[in-house]
Design a protein around this ligand. Structure first.
Ligand code: OKP
Ligand code: ZN
Length: 356
């Protein structure tokens, strides 16, 4: 072990202000317009962590241009389309206007690319939960920037741990589709930055929902092992991906691992999945860098999820991550119990810190 592991007392955190203002008003949920789950108040996560524990969280400003990495993780025309959608909304005279995807590109006969208005934004979308607003491009760009900057710092400074407090989330964002409240795949952008220096990266996605975007971006590749623990997609979003027989394809065969956790899963069973399935996979692959997209929507109190994890669970998960003993970037994904998300993230962080 390096000296750094013994001396690490703080969590170096990358985030920037604008993510606080990201607040889509409504999502169109199976025939109903409901308040959007990714509410601006989720940003209380930031305030409370930094205010309550100024000695633990060291804030650094994300300053690396993420564009190169965005263009590796995503199709150039997709990045361009999101930028021009937000641009068009800024130019529109309607205040707080949003593009809501309603018509989708589904096959070859239905794929004429032109994204000029609300009517066309579904070309790059896979659900109706994820509207695009005038600030969406900037916010998603800055979210990815936090992830890339954190990875850059981890590598350049030869560090063991960093936290990218990203918002909007990233793990549902595919190469050229947004959805599930995600636009740019923050973990993939960070992985692409890592791959400039290392040959093997592992992504361990602990959000309640399957990270279909990350899976699809790396499905044919063996330089990024993607592991997901999540709720059964037979019943839970994103519904059409995340099954255990999805193991990768071509060169990527065997480098995608989906682990479905049962409803109401508690600490003990969750840790058993980590020990019995995740640890051996990580040991065998032996990545040089680990990325952990962490969603705390696995908590018992989460309004979207139906797992039963508690503060103690997150503490134990943090300890598990520490025991993997690889340079690790933790990236914020979901978690919708606004009152408690900071508590859960903090429990994970202290679990990591205390087990040195
Ligand atoms: C994003 B992330 C609830 C329907 C489901 C989509 C869930 C997106 C989760 N209104 N909405 O993985 O936390
Ligand atoms: Zn989630």
């Amino acid at each position: 072990m390096s000296t750094q592991e013994y001396t690490q007392q703080t969590i170096t955190t990358f985030y920037q202000e604008p993510l606080k203002s990201y607040s889509p008003p409504k999502e169109y949920n199976f025939g109903e317009l409901i308040p959007h789950a990714d509410q601006g108040s989720r940003a209380s996560l930031i305030e409370s962590l930094f205010k309550e524990y100024p000695d633990i969280y060291t804030l650094l400003n994300p300053d690396i241009d993420p564009r190169t990495y965005l263009l590796k993780a995503h199709a150039p025309e997709y990045v361009q389309a999101l930028e021009s959608c937000s641009q068009k909304l800024q130019e529109s005279t309607t205040e707080n206007a949003w593009f809501y995807p309603s018509v989708f590109r589904v096959n070859r006969e239905f794929n004429r690319q032109h994204v000029q208005s609300n009517k066309h934004v579904g070309y790059y979308a896979f659900d109706t939960f994820t509207p695009v607003g005038e600030e969406t491009f900037n916010q998603a760009f800055r979210s990815a920037q936090s992830a890339v900057s954190a990875m850059d710092w981890l590598i350049q400074r030869n560090q063991q741990f960093a936290y990218a407090l990203c918002r909007p989330s990233g793990h549902h964002a595919c190469r050229d589709f947004f959805g599930g409240y995600c636009f740019f795949n923050n973990a993939a952008c960070a992985a692409e930055r890592a791959l400039e220096n290392v040959k093997k990266v592992a992504i361990l996605d602990l959000d309640y929902h399957h990270g279909n975007g990350t899976q699809s971006i790396y499905y044919e590749r063996n330089d990024v092992l993607v592991i997901n623990i999540h709720a059964d997609p037979a019943h839970v979003f994103p519904y059409f991906a995340g099954f255990e027989d999805e193991i990768g394809t071509g060169q990527g065969t065997g480098f995608n691992l989906n682990i479905i956790a049962e409803k109401n899963i508690e600490t003990k069973a969750y840790l058993t999945l980590l020990e019995d399935k995740v640890r051996p996979a990580l040991t065998q692959y032996n990545p040089e860098i680990l990325i952990v997209p962490l969603g705390v929507d696995t908590a018992a109190t989460d309004p979207l999820g139906d797992f039963n994890l508690t503060e103690d669970s997150f503490n134990a998960i943090g300890q598990f991550i520490k025991s993997i003993n690889k340079p690790t970037l933790t990236i914020q994904e979901g978690g919708y119990d606004v009152e408690s998300i900071s508590k859960y993230v903090h429990a994970y962080m202290t679990g990591y810190l205390q087990s040195q």
